[in-house]
Design a binder for this molecule. Structure first.
Ligand SMILES: Cc1ncc(C[n+]2csc(CCOP(=O)(O)OP(=O)(O)O)c2C)c(N)n1
Length: 658
């Protein structure tokens, strides 16, 4: 790629960035202007993709971890020929524009992940690079490489400061992800000023210690960047960090190097000065250099050629390897549960839902080959190990069990990257209380509607002796509050089996399975319970005639409610098992009223904070919950201390019957 082409693309990025932020009256001009040459080199030369087939499985992945830098991406995607128009860029940050305030997955195509919360994109890229290695290990043959691409990311000082980056970088270094190449825009400016204020470590030394291949260079030496990319590719046993010293708002005579250029338009007068210095007509807004357009016209032809070549290879491979091709098809189709040999759970069996979950997960995994995942060092407790299915480790990507290490935040973000890559169905696991440590990527999974499955065990004060630090009380409310997240808290082993089926079939969006540490007895159910469960709730034990009181319980509190109803021995008591409040609340009124009649008194029983249950409890109902942190002690004692006994719940029911 010659320097003239680089300059024309970089100039276009700068003019579009200045004008779009100016028109919107907000946005971040500094960083796109500062790394415009890097963007030009990346899209103009390095990346192998095809805007005509944006979901081409073997495309290089490029992640903009510094999401506020989105105009860099929007300008380049527009020039490259993706479905983002100049009109979108003119309407930057306006409702309905594909040029949103930060990159949003799906808007436009070619944008690989939603970014903005700093560091998430970096960790997503680690997930994508792992996915590439896993698919390559499964499907490439000596004669044909059908998965063979790089994963790139652009990070800034902010990403480098975030903890999630360190967690993900540490794992990436351990795994030796040679096809991950991260650019670090080291402009040494953040919002409050110079990085001298708060960031003085040796980033290169840190990444070398993680096992990365590290290079340093100049953000304005395009040929130098290309050489560094080549060297990064040669260092095939380690992920690469390419540190580029850059100047924020490069090209703006008075704002270059100023933190004020980070997050506010440059101002009309300064934009005129900058355009003049760049040799662009000051009166022209949203100027696109014709040489940039010409470069990408040619580029599209070579992209199409490369894609056609890959298609040929793929066809040859599929003819030569019919068994592998069938396996490939199963990886890229919705999971088929028809051949799963599910474990049987009988009424009266006493089994923790985490143990039941582990058995069901293993049964499904035996039939669904692309179900992969692991735990943040808690697999023996979470019961999530896939027996006999191999591990993921350095140089070994044909296994299915991840060892994420004690890195919940990166685990969640890596799972997003695995799901975004395509071909794999990821799950990840930890104690429910530590869902707090991965809430940011869970929120993004919900926003992107990624089918990631979270296995959370040790779901309440019933954790017992480990005490309040390990007893989740507010996490049910916290996870339920994420829009689009489905939380399933099964009441026994049979419900757990159905919950796993629901999670696998979920498809659009993430599912959190919340499972017990302690044993729960499998209880008798009435016909049709499975269908009703899929809508969020079913009648676990019915009243004779119209109920006088409906007890709504979830998870381990369902068997408690059933025992309490026995103590009360009043035919007017109905017990409803509500595996998912979100699913129940989405149902038509008729279904909801069929379970919980509008005028009937209700008692909600859940071993967590009451937050969010008021509506279902109703004005004349009651909630038995935990309003405060737990206590350290044997779980039965802790439960009794908080009134989670059949006798106490029976008293509450009697109060409502009176
Ligand atoms: C997790 C997270 N915390 C805070 C922010 C707010 N924020 C956006 S950009 C930024 C500074 C980033 O600095 P740098 O990466 O150097 O970008 P530059 O100033 O060069 O544009 C901050 C704090 C964020 N987007 N995400």
């Amino acid at each position: 790629m010659d320097n003239r082409a680089v300059e024309s693309i970089a100039l276009t990025v700068r003019t579009l960035t200045m004008d779009a932020t100016s028109k919107a009256g907000s946005g971040h001009p500094g960083m796109p202007m500062g790394v415009a040459e890097l963007g030009a080199v990346l899209y103009g030369e390095v990346l192998n993709l095809n805007p005509g087939v944006p979901d081409w499985v073997n495309r290089d992945r490029a992640v903009l971890s510094a999401g506020h830098e989105c105009l860099l991406l929007f300008s380049l995607l527009h020039l490259a020929g993706f479905d983002i128009s100049l009109e979108d860029i003119k309407n930057f940050r306006q409702l309905g524009s594909k040029a949103a305030g930060h990159p949003e997955y799906g808007l436009p195509q070619g944008l690989e992940t939603t970014t903005g919360p700093l560091g998430q994109g970096f960790a997503n890229a680690v997930g994508m690079a792992i996915a590439e290695s896993m698919l390559a290990a499964r499907f490439n043959t000596a004669d044909h490489k059908i998965i063979d691409h790089y994963t790139y990311a652009i990070s800034g000082d902010g990403c480098m400061m975030e903890g999630v980056t360190s967690e993900a970088a540490s794992l990436a270094g351990h795994l030796g992800l040679g096809k991950l190449i991260v650019f670090y825009d080291a402009n040494r400016i953040t919002i409050e000023g110079s990085t001298d204020l708060a960031f003085s470590e040796d980033v290169a030394g840190r990444f070398e210690a993680y096992g990365w291949h590290v290079q340093k260079g100049d953000a304005y030496d395009a040929q130098g960047i290309l050489r560094m990319v080549d060297r990064a590719k040669s260092a095939s046993g380690a992920p690469s960090l390419i540190m580029l010293s850059s100047i924020i708002a490069k090209g703006s005579p008075n704002m270059e190097g100023s933190h004020e250029a980070h997050g506010a338009p440059l101002g009309d007068a300064e934009i005129r000065l900058a355009k003049k210095a760049m040799g662009v007509d000051e009166e022209t807004a949203f100027y696109i250099h014709p040489a940039a357009v010409a470069h990408f016209e040619e580029r599209r032809r070579s992209w199409e050629k490369a894609h056609a070549q890959w298609q040929k290879t793929f066809e040859q491979w599929s003819r030569a390897n019919p068994d592998l091709y069938r396996l490939w098809q199963s990886y890229f189709s919705p999971p088929d549960l028809s051949t799963v040999q599910f474990p049987g759970f009988e009424v009266g069996d006493s089994v923790a839902t985490r143990s039941a979950g582990g058995k069901v997960l293993n049964a499904i995994a035996r039939a669904v080959p692309n179900l992969i995942g692991g735990s943040a060092d808690l697999a023996p407790s979470n019961k999530t190990y896939l027996d006999g299915m191999g591990d993921i480790g350095p140089g070994s990507f044909d296994g299915r069990n991840f060892h994420f290490g004690v890195r919940e935040h990166a685990m969640g973000a890596i799972a997003n990257g695995l799901a975004l890559h395509g071909g794999l169905m990821p799950f990840c696991a930890t104690f429910f209380v530590f869902s707090d440590y991965m809430r940011p990527p869970m929120r993004l999974a919900a926003m992107m509607e990624l089918p990631v499955i979270y296995v959370f065990t040790h779901d309440s004060i019933y954790v017992g002796e480990d005490g309040p630090t390990h007893q989740p009380v507010e996490q049910l409310a916290a996870i339920r509050s994420i829009p689009g997240m489905v939380l399933l808290r099964p009441a026994d082993a049979q419900e757990t089996l159905e919950a796993w089926k629901m999670a696998i079939a979920g498809g659009e969006g993430p599912t959190a399975l919340v499972l017990s540490r302690q044993n729960l007895e499998v209880f008798e159910k009435q016909d049709g319970w499975r269908e009703s469960l899929r809508k969020g709730a079913y009648v676990a034990q019915d009243s004779e005639g119209e109920p006088k009181v409906v007890v709504i319980a979830t998870g381990s509190e369902v068997s408690l409610a059933l025992q309490a109803a026995k103590v009360v021995a009043d035919p007017g008591v109905r017990v409803v098992s509500m595996i998912s409040r979100e699913l129940y609340e989405r149902q038509p009124e008729q279904f909801k009223a069929g379970l919980v009649p509008p005028s009937t008194k209700r008692l909600v029983v859940e071993a967590g904070v009451a937050y969010g249950w008021d509506g279902l409890a109703g004005l004349n109902g009651a909630i038995h919950s935990i309003q405060g942190f737990g206590e350290s002690g044997p779980y039965k004692d802790v439960a009794a201390y908080f009134g989670f006994t059949p006798e106490n719940i029976a008293e509450k029911i009697k109060n409502l019957l009176r």
